[in-house]
Design a binder for this molecule. Structure first.
Ligand code: NAD
Length: 434
């Protein structure tokens, strides 16, 4: 099938390159020239394990190409995926400006096309967006009759860091369709995947995505709240989580306590769902609490450092981990941003390190960074681990302590073995361990 993908970011690149790998003819489209030229030179514009290889393979067998000639390439394909960003505005509402501009572009492109065309929204959008914003906009700009157009919503469930694996081995595909054109096209495109395929309306598909992300975010905040109680009562939350996870109704997944959730999805999606519900006169108390707990967690990390150091002012603090999770360069809504801002505000001399996230983080805060964790921790009074990269899990604790000025080690992700850290002589503190 001939596929066009609008938006060559995390979702668009992974969608495009995996569909190309299935033998489809895919063109990835973006307004940003530099992303497209990187893609066409065989290099991924983002860090995602396995993506470079898949892009090179797609370019070599001519199933994948990037372009900024958006309208012409949409016209030459059978199906267009919308994968543009849907950030939050300052009140937490979803900002649909990229969605509106992408659907206008599709509408203009279709003006000169006579064959049927399917448009699928893959971006995360608030219920009714596909039917009440995207579809009318395309029809208006194209002048098309409704029956020629396929309209659907197919939410993306990939996790950054394992996105290629997730896209190639989905455990479910949600096919939201407004008509038979979209249903048939999506069923044919996803035929090679033998997982459960749930067929529903676009608005149901839209809510499935928000409900799933909000549930997972709520699970994290719930766990963090219980872990904060464990801290007070001298209980190791890891043991509590192990016990909880033995109940198959709870599941052992997503029971890790820590500095809270970040990334480009959970924070903005919880905010957008809560705001959309409020606009429709349904106040979500649970989502509000989920966000509130998540705001508290990074502050607890700073407080732990402050309690141990006495004063933060003038102390050298090494923050290890800037990406919101390991195996990605994505620093959007990273908890490190909050921790580092607070530490700087309190007068700390912060030095940071991350294996992949430093260039992106530099655009958020101009903090001092070093090419290795060893350099960052040299003569540090305190080390704070904020992302559980393997490079930090495998730190040699004895040489770390020797390099440092002090012995305070705050582990925001329970990356290290607490007993080992204690034995080496660290003043080790983590969330959920009394
Ligand atoms: P991103 O910011 O990485 O990429 C979006 C891309 O769209 C950018 O390259 C931008 O230049 C491009 N773009 C914007 N407007 C355009 C237009 N009119 N024409 C062409 N290109 C345009 O975003 P992302 O992380 O890939 O997320 C995309 C959507 O997928 C969001 O709705 C997000 O919530 C959702 N999602 C993201 C993830 C994830 O892990 N990143 C997972 C599931 C769902």
């Amino acid at each position: 099938m001939k596929v066009s993908v609008i938006g060559t970011g995390y979702v668009g690149l992974v969608t495009g390159s995996t569909l190309a790998d299935l033998g489809n003819q895919v063109v990835c489209l973006d307004i940003l020239e530099e992303k497209i030229s990187m893609l066409n030179s065989g290099k991924s514009p983002i860090y995602e394990p396995g993506l470079d290889e898949l892009i090179k393979k797609g370019l070599k067998n001519k199933n994948l190409i990037g372009s900024t000639e958006i309208e012409q390439n949409i016209r030459n394909t059978d199906i267009t995926f919308i994968c543009v960003g849907t950030p939050s505005d300052k009140n937490g509402n979803i900002d649909l400006s990229y969605i509106k501009s992408a659907s206008s572009t599709i509408g203009r492109a279709l003006r000169d096309k006579s064959e049927k065309h399917t448009v699928i929204v893959k971006s995360t959008v608030i219920p009714l967006t596909t039917e009440e914003v995207v579809m009318p906009n395309i029809l208006k700009k194209s002048g098309w009759k409704r029956e020629n157009l396929g309209i659907g919503m197919n939410p993306e469930f990939l996790r950054e860091g394992s996105a290629i694996h997730d896209a190639q081995n989905p455990d479910r595909i949600v096919i939201g369709f407004a008509d038979d054109v979209a249903r048939k096209t999506l069923k044919e495109l996803y035929d090679p995947y033998k997982c459960t395929k749930l067929e529903c309306s676009p608005r149901t598909a839209e809510l499935i995505k928000y409900a799933s992300n909000s549930f997972l975010a709520t699970k994290i905040s719930f766990v963090n709240e219980i872990a904060n109680m464990s801290n007070i009562w001298g209980i190791d939350f890891q043991e509590v989580a192990e016990g909880m996870g033995l109940d198959s109704r709870i599941s052992a997944e997503f029971l890790r306590a820590g500095a809270g959730f970040g990334g480009s999805c959970f924070p903005k999606d919880v905010k957008a769902l809560a705001a959309a519900a409020k606009n429709s006169k349904v106040e979500s108390l649970i989502l509000k609490a989920t966000l509130e707990v998540n705001d508290i967690q990074p502050k607890i990390i700073v407080k732990m450092a402050e309690e141990r150091l006495g004063v933060i002012k003038g102390k050298k603090i090494a923050v290890l981990g800037l990406a919101f999770k390991p195996e990605t360069d994505d620093v959007r809504e990273s908890r490190s941003e909050i921790v580092i801002s607070e530490l700087i505000e309190k007068g700390a001399n912060v030095v940071a390190h991350d294996p992949e996230g430093m260039p992106n983080f530099k655009k958020l805060i101009d903090v001092k960074m070093t090419p290795t964790p060893e350099l960052a921790t040299e003569k540090a009074d305190c080390v704070v681990i904020m992302t559980e990269w393997d490079i930090y899990k495998n730190l040699d604790l004895e040489s770390l302590l020797k390099r440092m000025n002090g012995n305070v080690l705050i582990d925001g992700r329970r990356t290290l073995n607490a007993k080992e850290a204690d034995k080496v002589g660290f003043d080790y503190k983590t969330i959920g361990l009394g």
